[in-house]
Design a binder for this molecule. Structure first.
Ligand SMILES: NC(=O)C1=CN([C@@H]2O[C@H](COP(=O)(O)OP(=O)(O)OC[C@H]3O[C@@H](n4cnc5c(N)ncnc54)[C@H](O)[C@@H]3O)[C@@H](O)[C@H]2O)[C@@H](O)CC1
Ligand SMILES: Nc1ncnc2c1ncn2[C@@H]1O[C@H](COP(=O)(O)OP(=O)(O)O)[C@@H](O)[C@H]1O
Ligand SMILES: [K+]
Length: 512
């Protein structure tokens, strides 16, 4: 996954260091685009307008137009800038297009009114106006053209990224872009296709290979990757026939309070459902009866209660370390005590520690402890919790999700799971893995508690921490997708449904 600048560097490496001609890459890009869309177009009825801008995105548009016309599609080509403004590889492909015997309509000479009138004749628009070279806010006449297209009934296929969106994400205040039904991006997904609201303009997204050698991508090394189904099936832990409960991890969950009894239940159940060998729940004695009645498989560690919340763990770090392979702390803890036991864990528990929800609230006071902690620490904030931890506004975090989570993870040496649509898992080294599963049915209380249990389960069963977290995040989202694809309405999915369908989700993956 790349920023605009990284994509330019990749292109430059392929062209200057490896020697691939820019015109050839453009030809590949255009042909790959056509291969991707022809199954969606009915040759008999589709009336297509290709809108071509002055840069290389427009150059792709000429290749696409030539290829579609050669195949017998009904295509009108609208060149937006005056002919002489088209330069370089785009010029080359414009000349090839014209010399192949095809014509164009010059927007420049007809102007916007003529364009508006003719737009009603088309069923489809191919948007080759602006690509990764777009900067700032839309200028005339692109702004007017895009407004007209968005008002029309045309279905829009966009080349590389929707015109008006920058590859890195766009200021919400100035957001104005073509609304695509499909985007075909070249070689690498662009950052903005995983950031809302720009994502809404992309429609369905496909990534196509245009023949840029992998080496060029490796050299630029963006450190950002999608975590795909193939990655999950390749790395999910497999249960050995000879294994016993101790082989799959003994986990401790520190969660719950008198007024939040559901959160620890969800976390514990999810942890069991994802294969943990033994799970103990540490919870205040005042909340224990209500919680225990809903948990059959777990064991309990009862803590002294103050204000209905855990006052102290009443167990030394040495004992914790002997008994448990990893600890998750936070869901439903409450915020009315001092949370000193969290500081003690950060300092003295030398095994993996996951901190979520109210655990993150207390963590804010103990952040310096993370700077000296050497063992694996995983933080799972949503945007609001991350804003609180970093003293930034939610708006600021939303706009710079990738950068801010990377800075935080590197500074504190933690694995940071910044939740939301397209959850980002960042390693202490700053590598980022983006999750693409899940949907808005997850935007409901309790779903984060489920994720925490799932992360705990997998970090006890796989050595590689990032893989474990990314797999848990993938499966969590996939459970939501499974539900909405199998008859659940997204309004009515609740957190415990996710836990209940994990067996089917795992089964589907393992048999795919
Ligand atoms: N460089 C390469 O090797 C390849 C590039 N490809 C295509 O080339 C695109 C990038 O090409 P370019 O760098 O030429 O960039 P663009 O095609 O995005 O075009 C830049 C043009 O847009 C204008 N522009 C920028 N901001 C504007 C604004 N706010 N309002 C109105 N006009 C504005 C600029 O003046 C310039 O004329 C990619 O997105 C992709 O589609 C592909 O052909 C594959 C190979
Ligand atoms: N619109 C959405 N699309 C996809 N995933 C979402 C969306 N909204 C929330 N989620 C996911 O749901 C979970 C919510 O976690 P969180 O906010 O901590 O919930 P809670 O604290 O209530 O348990 C996260 O895993 C997040 O990524
Ligand atoms: K475009």
């Amino acid at each position: 996954m790349v920023t605009g600048e990284e994509m330019r560097q990749i292109d430059r490496y392929a062209i200057e260091e490896i020697g691939l001609k820019e015109e050839l890459l453009m030809e590949n890009a255009g042909q790959a685009f056509v291969n991707e869309i022809t199954s969606l177009l009915d040759k008999k009825t589709a009336k297509i307008a290709v809108l071509i801008g002055a840069g290389n995105n427009g150059g792709d548009g000429f290749v696409i137009s030539r290829s579609l016309l050669e195949k017998g599609y009904h295509v009108d080509v609208w060149l937006i800038p005056p002919l002489e403004k088209v330069k370089g590889a785009a010029r080359y492909h414009m000349d090839v297009y014209l010399k192949s015997g095809f014509g164009l309509i010059s927007y420049h000479t007809i102007a916007n009114e003529g364009f508006m009138q003719q737009l009603t004749n088309y069923s489809h628009v191919i948007d080759a106006l602006l690509g990764t070279g777009f900067k700032g806010t839309l200028r005339s006449p692109y702004k007017e053209i895009i407004e007209q297209v968005n008002k029309s009934n045309c279905s829009v296929f966009t080349v590389d990224l929707p015109s008006g969106i920058t590859a890195d994400g766009t200021d919400v205040e100035t957001l104005m872009a073509i609304k695509a039904s499909h985007t075909i991006s070249f070689q690498c997904p662009k950052l903005s296709s995983f950031i809302y609201p720009p994502r809404e303009f992309y429609g369905n997204l496909s990534i196509v290979d245009i023949g840029i050698p992998k080496l060029a991508v490796i050299k630029v090394s963006s450190k950002r990757h999608l975590w795909t189904e193939e990655d999950v099936t390749r790395t999910l832990p497999v249960r050995r026939p000879s294994s016993h409960k101790g082989s799959h991890g003994k986990g401790l969950i520190i969660a719950g309070s008198k007024s939040m009894t559901g959160a620890p239940i969800l976390t514990t159940r999810a942890c069991h459902r994802l294969g943990a060998g033994l799970v103990t729940l540490a919870t205040p004695c005042s909340a224990h009866p209500a919680i225990a009645s809903q948990l059959i498989e777990a064991t309990f560690h009862l803590c002294p209660s103050k204000n209905g919340e855990i006052d102290d763990l009443n167990i030394s770090n040495d004992v914790l370390e002997k008994r448990y392979d990893a600890i998750a702390i936070g869901p439903g803890l409450g915020r009315n005590n001092n949370g000193f036991f969290i500081e003690a864990l950060i300092k003295g528990y030398h095994k993996p520690l996951i901190i979520d929800a109210d655990g993150l609230y207390y963590l804010k006071y103990f952040l310096p402890g993370l700077l000296v902690r050497k063992q694996v620490t995983i933080l799972t904030p949503h945007l609001g919790e991350f804003a609180y931890l970093t003293n930034e506004s939610i708006k600021m975090i939303e706009k710079n999700r990738f950068q801010l989570s990377k800075e935080f993870a590197e500074k504190y040496g933690v694995y940071l799971v910044l939740k939301g649509p397209y959850t980002i898992v960042t390693t202490p080294e700053g590598h980022q893995f983006i999750n693409t599963t899940g949907n808005s049915s997850l935007a409901k209380g309790g779903t984060g508690d489920v994720l925490t249990g799932m992360v705990l389960a997998l970090i006890m069963q796989q050595k590689d921490v990032q893989m474990a977290i990314s797999n848990a995040t993938f499966l969590h989202g996939r459970a939501a997708d499974y539900l909405t694809e199998n008859g659940w309405n997204s309004l009515s999915v609740v957190a415990s449904d996710l836990v209940n369908v994990l067996p089917q989700v795992l089964d589907q993956l393992q048999n795919s």
